[in-house]
Design a protein around this ligand. Structure first.
Ligand SMILES: *Cc1c(COP(=O)(O)O)cnc(C)c1O
Length: 237
């Protein structure tokens, strides 16, 4: 299909630019390029884009709504794409079972109650533990998602002592209207403290289209890129 070819070329060009930004940021930070994994955040874009990205070598995709993610994951699997699915949106406990069935990583875990729901779901529907990241609030506003203060330790202890979950590390979104570097420096500090208590918690998921360089400077192991790869989204979400 002509339109498919055009979209593939567009995604390939965007992907190359994003990969160059990541490798320049790694060089500047004195980190090896393999230290950072690109997660393509495909929310609002069709499964056909997920398949094109998979064909271009993308290994990890992120979604923020259960219904949309479940459908795309099923389509991608049916088409033979082997991808790691990251759930990055606010998650209601009644969706835990659905998400546990297709997600490889849930990045947005921010309460002990959600840990309990995901643990039960993972034990019921999976053969292997579900990886989770504790989402840290960097602006202190729990409305935007993420743990504040000592809840990081409460939630990560709950994950570590569960049967169905594996603690992978932390995730955060930079606060609006503040220097992302300062916020990511605080995240790095917390990630280091968590890693000394839980050595398996090595993932630091931080950095989006507008601030991936600052995130990589402060130790991000995963950057979550939507707009710079796929284009501007129509709706605010
Ligand atoms: C949408 C989204 C992203 C991607 O943001 P862009 O600015 O489009 O790169 C990353 N992380 C989360 C949690 C998101 O919801």
């Amino acid at each position: 299909m002509v339109s498919d070819d055009r979209r593939r070329a567009e995604l390939a060009a965007n992907l190359q630019q994003v990969r160059e930004r990541i490798s320049r940021a790694c060089v500047a930070a004195g980190r090896p390029a393999e230290a950072v994994t690109l997660t393509a955040v495909t929310k609002t874009y069709p499964a056909s884009d997920v398949l094109l990205l998979a064909g271009l070598g993308v290994t990890d995709v992120g979604e923020n709504k259960d219904q949309e993610a479940a459908g795309k994951a099923a389509q991608a699997r049916a088409a033979g794409a082997r991808l790691r699915w990251h759930f990055v949106g606010q998650l209601q406990r009644n969706k835990a079972k659905s998400v546990a069935a297709y997600a490889d990583v849930v990045e947005s875990v921010d309460s002990v109650r959600l840990v309990a729901a995901l643990d039960r779901a993972a034990v019921a529907v999976r053969d292997e533990p579900l990886e989770v990241l504790v989402q840290v609030s960097l602006d202190g506003d729990p409305e935007r998602g993420g743990v504040v203060g000592d809840d990081l330790w409460r939630v990560s202890d709950a994950v570590a002592s569960s049967d169905g979950l594996r603690l992978g590390g932390v995730m955060a979104v930079a606060p609006l209207g503040q220097d992302p570097g300062d916020a990511f420096a605080r995240l790095a500090e917390l990630a280091g403290q968590l890693r000394s208590a839980q050595p398996s918690a090595t993932t630091v998921s931080a950095g989006m289209s507008g601030d991936l360089e600052a995130a990589i400077r402060h130790g991000a192991t995963h950057v979550r890129i939507g707009t710079s790869l796929l284009g501007m989204r129509n709706s605010l979400r």
